[in-house]
Design a protein around this ligand. Structure first.
Ligand SMILES: [Zn+2]
Length: 449
């Protein structure tokens, strides 16, 4: 009898433990076990996309036949996630291959004698590790740091707390709401009305978590750093920073699919516009898609998306009033510092200046962390693309210093967008060093007069 009793108790304990972890979608919906003692996230039945045994291949194109083949392959398959498009001889491209396509894909590589490397054999392991670096919602925002990743709600609570702490220097800004009704919240640091302003946009691509983390790092530095050069930057310029201009997408990456990129606009059976292809500057002319199932879908019309309209309206209303002279868009990955244009190889009027500032910024990063970043126009550095926010800010809003940063990791990263949290602080710090180099070089050339 006693033995039976103990047996039941053990059974009950086992069931309770399983219930606490296994069935608790809300408990682990953000990928973090809040109760402790949970097994791997893989044991959980939730609505999260999974990438078990998905591989990342890095392939090189040595001839036109291979390029055409891979263009066709991208068109035909939704089991292969291309990070960019096949375009030119010598180009290297990373492709995330679904587990059930690995044999088929390996056969293609062999048949067409493609040079390649496998960068990662099980992408889900990267995601699981990354989700363990997320601090659950509902924590005290004073615990916010640059060693973990944080939910949208926590980022916004941290901003509000900083506004209370630094009421003289920080104002909370509201760009309005997103497609799904989430606020697009930002800050203005500095209030000297004669200062020129630097605008920073981040998180337009949902899965690039390092971008919002870098934006909050910069806000924090401007408010708290005692370093002489930071205090100068904070007092000589006003800073307008929106860490998360695609809040719906960002939330979705925490709750459902770590690899989501676009906003969450509905198009029948699929969702999402690539907001960085939706701006009204040579919209949908190159490096974008008219197909809503594609990762770089430009939208049904230019500026069709609420998030795009919010940002355009904000810039139009403030570019003169706030003297916005610099526009920085934060992305990942590839380690690049790029300036207009994205849609054409034609050089913009101040190309030489932007190239010079970009090279100085890359040198500043090299000096700080040893990392290699390359600088150049977006078209010539990463790949042609149209409808980007930077091109619009430069050409229509007439903001003369405009850059898109691709932060860590390197172009052949094994992690793609899943940057380990240990790299947040150094990545954000080197991005800030690059911004400093650009601003100081532009000041020398009288861009902020
Ligand atoms: Zn991006």
């Amino acid at each position: 009898m006693l033995t039976w009793q103990i047996g039941v108790d053990l059974l009950v304990i086992t069931i309770l433990t399983m219930a606490a972890c296994g069935s608790g979608v809300e408990n682990v919906a953000d990928g973090v076990c809040k109760t402790g003692g949970c097994g791997p996230v893989s044991a959980v039945r939730s609505d999260q996309a999974r990438y078990d045994n998905y591989r990342i291949y890095n392939v090189q194109f040595d001839n036109e036949e291979q390029i055409k083949l891979f263009q066709k392959l991208e068109d035909q398959s939704d089991s292969l996630t291309f990070i960019g498009h096949a375009r030119e001889i010598g180009q290297k491209l990373s492709i995330l291959v679904a587990a059930h396509r690995v044999a088929d894909f390996a056969d293609i590589l062999k048949t067409y004698k493609m040079q390649h490397r496998v960068l990662t054999y099980n992408f889900q392991e990267k995601i699981d590790r990354n989700l363990r670096e997320v601090i659950p919602e509902g924590i005290d925002p004073s615990k916010y740091d640059w060693h973990h990743y944080f939910h949208l709600k926590t980022i916004y609570e941290w901003i509000d707390q900083m506004a209370v702490k630094y009421p003289e220097r920080l104002t909370v800004l509201d760009m309005g709401t997103s497609t799904q009704g989430n606020q697009i919240k930002g800050v203005k640091v500095g209030h000297n009305p004669s200062n020129k302003a630097i605008f920073i946009e981040s998180g337009i691509h949902a899965r690039e978590w390092i971008a919002p983390a870098t934006a909050t790092y910069i806000i924090n530095e401007l408010l708290t750093s005692t370093a002489d050069y930071v205090q100068k930057l904070a007092s000589n310029y006003n800073w307008i920073i929106f860490p998360c201009v695609n809040p719906d997408g960002y939330k979705y990456t925490f709750e459902h699919d770590r690899m989501w990129r676009k906003n969450r606009q509905l198009f029948g059976t699929c969702r999402g516009v690539d907001l960085n292809r939706n701006y009204p500057d040579h919209w949908n002319t190159t490096g974008s898609s008219s197909d809503p199932t594609r990762y770089d879908f430009a939208g049904p019309t230019s500026a069709s998306e609420l998030e795009t309209q919010r940002l355009i309206e904000f810039i139009r209303n403030n570019v003169e009033k706030e003297h916005i002279k610099t526009y920085i868009a934060l992305h990942s990955y590839s380690q690049m510092l790029m300036f207009p244009s994205g849609y054409t190889k034609e050089r913009v009027p101040n190309y030489d200046d932007l190239q010079e500032f970009g090279k100085k910024a890359a040198a500043a990063i090299k000096a700080e962390s040893g990392r290699d970043y390359v600088s150049g126009s977006l078209y010539e550095t990463i790949y042609p693309s149209s409808g980007g926010s930077m091109d619009w800010a430069y050409s229509e809003a007439k903001i003369p210093i405009a850059y898109t940063f691709e932060l860590r990791g390197p172009p052949d990263s094994e992690d793609l967008f899943i940057l380990p949290a240990a790299e947040i602080q150094p990545t954000a710090s080197e991005a800030f060093a690059a911004i400093r180099a650009i601003v100081e070089a532009a000041a020398e050339k009288d861009y902020y007069k």
